[in-house]
Write a protein that binds this ligand. Structure first.
Ligand SMILES: [Zn+2]
Ligand SMILES: [Zn+2]
Length: 664
């Protein structure tokens, strides 16, 4: 017994790190295909590894998330310029834990280089970059020749574990080996059987791994299931089975070898001879060790039973074989179903950034040229001056003496949101967060702020601070909404989002795109209705629009980061009690007149944005007395008394719409 333990313990220690439920490969390949005219790039990596790296271990990654993760991690360059892949295809096989991603690349294959491993945060992760000219290892091992230096033993061990893991995680191989054992027989006949099986599957494993012959899994996988059924029925029939056993083992061993080769072949290691030598042998050793462990676990018990309780042994053989037959039959049916229907396998085309941007642009395009848009691989950008075409300010009864002025939301200072929104691990509510800055951008380029202002309690709409379109001038004289701009539906219709939240999810009007009622909204006014992607809706009561972020955003200093600066030109105003805005007019020559009443007196503010970039303000009281002021927008937009940024705050800080003072 003690002797047995001496052998078992190292075996257990060796197998321990194998993670059940996924091959922990830490190996990825990036393959560059094509020629001087164009290229495509294909990436293969472990699904569980990617999920862990993306910190979504507790839930499965969606195809879009996988696509995003690969796009973010794949660092492609050509001639020093960063290259963004085009339309991509994501294939996930949960059974083999494999992600295959492929995309066309707008560059010549010959000039393409991958500059970083897919998992730079993990020193142990390796990435093999294969192209027509060279195979290069990224990550811990920069080049192939160095592959053997940092511990061939470690590499050896990893492939041993990989091979053993493949057997131990694959219940079909276990079932087959168990089926071989159940029939009993002498130790000699058992050794013969196991040796035949090993020889056969080593042969086909090598053939497949070297890429010499790789039958489709669609043929091999059902055949493996069939082999299990056949062995089980052999056991049940039991006519001279023991003598025939080695032949069966050899024949089906050939089939199993192709199946076992799966993970090695999928890694694309096959064609790299040095890598093959390092992987094939230990992989096979692992396979043998795992099979040996199964034999060691089952054979002594079966032998003991056959000798001491022959009757029980017969029944165990019958029951076990019957169970294995059922299992094998189930697998066979399961594997004969087209893979598209199998639950663990899905293939999905991930839309390209261009395709997504074109869809998003349907909201903004109708407002050109006031609004212009652009995108890169990750973000959609909206440029505007934040000035809508409609009238502004009229209807406000709680006014802080701000007026609408155009803002430089352009270039680096443009609005942006992700093209591929990612659900947040911990969604943030707008009841506790984001009292500064915008939370969404309307289709007409006007930012939308939290309906609750930065005192954390005041509902701007109920407080009378908003005009008939749900907007007003902020502390930087920046016009913004606090409600969803439902009025834009006159132009857009119900089927196009009126705004986009800064986490990238669309905001529709009161109804679904097809006009049906929007039901089952979550606390953020959003849902994933009718199998569509998540989106928000406008409502007539709080939260009016997205009441927080279902998706990931970065929060910095109480606002979504980054976001554009609104640039004030004059000191921010104080609340003017009793004032009600009654008129607003846009005049030729960049002039505006705002009319308001206070204590029965009608006053006006007439202001002009001059050609020299200065801002001329005439404050006219009820008797016609005029007080004039001219303001200058200083460099970097740090206007006089710029709200929301005290002295000493450098550029790049305190960005975003100015916060609004609480109403006294
Ligand atoms: Zn506001
Ligand atoms: Zn909806």
């Amino acid at each position: 017994m003690r002797r047995t333990f001496r052998y078992l313990l190292p075996l257990i220690a060796l197998l321990w790190p194998v993670e059940v439920g996924g091959h922990d490969l830490l190996l990825s390949t990036v393959e560059i295909l094509g020629d001087a005219s164009g290229a495509s790039v294909s990436v293969r990596t472990s699904l569980s590894h990617l999920a862990r790296a993306e910190q979504s271990r507790n839930r499965a990654l969606t195809a879009v998330e996988i696509d995003m993760a690969v796009r973010r991690r794949l660092r492609l360059q050509a001639g020093g310029a960063v290259i963004a892949p085009g339309e991509s295809t994501v294939r996930v096989d949960a059974a083999t834990d494999l992600v295959s991603w492929r995309a066309a690349v707008p560059a010549a294959a010959v000039g393409l280089v991958v500059t970083e491993s897919l998992f730079p945060e993990e020193p142990a992760a390796r990435c093999l970059v294969r192209s027509a000219t060279a195979d290069v290892w990224l990550g811990a091992l920069p080049t192939v020749p160095q592959l053997e230096q940092p511990g061939p033993l470690a590499t050896f061990g990893r492939f041993v574990r990989m091979g053993a893991g493949h057997i131990l995680e694959g219940p079909d191989h276990i079932a087959f080996v168990a089926g071989l054992l159940l029939l009993g027989g002498s130790l000699g006949s058992l050794l013969l059987t196991v040796t035949a099986f090993t020889l056969a599957h080593s042969l086909t494993l090598a053939l497949a791994a070297m890429g010499m012959w790789t039958p489709s899994p669609r043929v091999i996988e059902p055949l493996i299931a069939l082999s299990i059924v056949v062995i089980a029925f052999e056991n049940l029939g039991r006519r001279g089975g023991v003598r025939r056993r080695p032949y069966y083992a050899f024949g089906f061993g050939l089939v199993h070898g192709f199946g076992i080769a799966g993970p090695l072949r999928e890694l694309g290691l096959a064609h790299t001879v040095s890598a093959l030598g390092l992987s094939l042998l230990p992989f096979n050793v692992g396979v043998e060790l795992a099979q040996g462990a199964i034999v060691l676990a089952l054979f002594p018990a079966l032998l003991w039973l056959a000798r001491s309780r022959p009757a029980v042994a017969l029944r165990v053989t019958a029951a076990g074989s019957f169970a294995i037959a059922i299992l094998g039959s189930f697998w066979m049916v399961d594997r004969l179903i087209p893979t598209g229907l199998a639950p663990s396998v899905f293939a999905q085309s991930a839309p390209s950034p261009d395709a997504v941007a074109a869809r998003v642009d349907a909201s903004f395009r109708p407002f050109a040229p006031l609004v212009s848009t652009r995108h890169d691989a990750r973000f959609f950008y909206v440029e505007s001056e934040g000035m809508p075409e409609h009238s502004m300010m009229v209807g406000i009864t709680a006014w802080q003496q701000q007026v609408p002025l155009p803002q430089p939301y352009r270039g680096e200072n443009a609005w942006r949101f992700p093209l591929f929104p990612q659900p947040a691990a911990a969604p943030l509510s707008a009841k506790e967060h984001f009292f500064r800055g915008a939370i969404a951008i309307a289709a007409n380029g006007v930012p939308i702020f939290n309906p609750i202002k930065n005192d954390g309690v005041t509902d701007t709409f109920l407080a009378g601070e908003l005009d008939e379109f749900g907007g007003h001038g902020g502390r930087a004289d920046d016009y913004h909404y606090h409600l969803a701009p439902l009025h834009l539906q006159k132009l857009l219709g119900a089927s196009t989002p009126v705004a986009y939240a800064l986490d990238g999810y669309a905001i529709y009007g009161l109804t679904e795109p097809d006009g049906s009622a929007a039901t089952k909204l979550d606390v953020f006014n959003g849902h994933s209705a009718k199998d569509s992607v998540y989106h928000y809706h406008a409502t007539k009561a709080y939260p009016y629009l997205n009441g927080g972020f279902h998706g990931e955003v970065v929060e910095l200093e109480g606002q979504v980061d980054p976001q554009p600066r609104a640039e004030p030109v004059r000191p921010s105003g104080e609340p003017l009690r009793g004032a009600a805005i009654t008129g607003f007019e846009k005049l030729p020559g960049n002039s505006y007149t705002l009319t308001y009443t206070i204590r029965g007196e009608t006053r006006k503010i007439h202001y002009t944005i001059q050609a020299d970039g200065r801002y001329a303000f005439d404050y006219i009281d009820g008797s016609g007395n005029t007080q004039s002021e001219t303001y200058t927008r200083s460099a970097r937009g740090r206007g006089r008394g710029g709200p929301g940024r005290g002295p000493g705050r450098g550029p790049g800080r305190g960005r975003g719409g100015a916060p609004e003072a609480p109403q006294p």
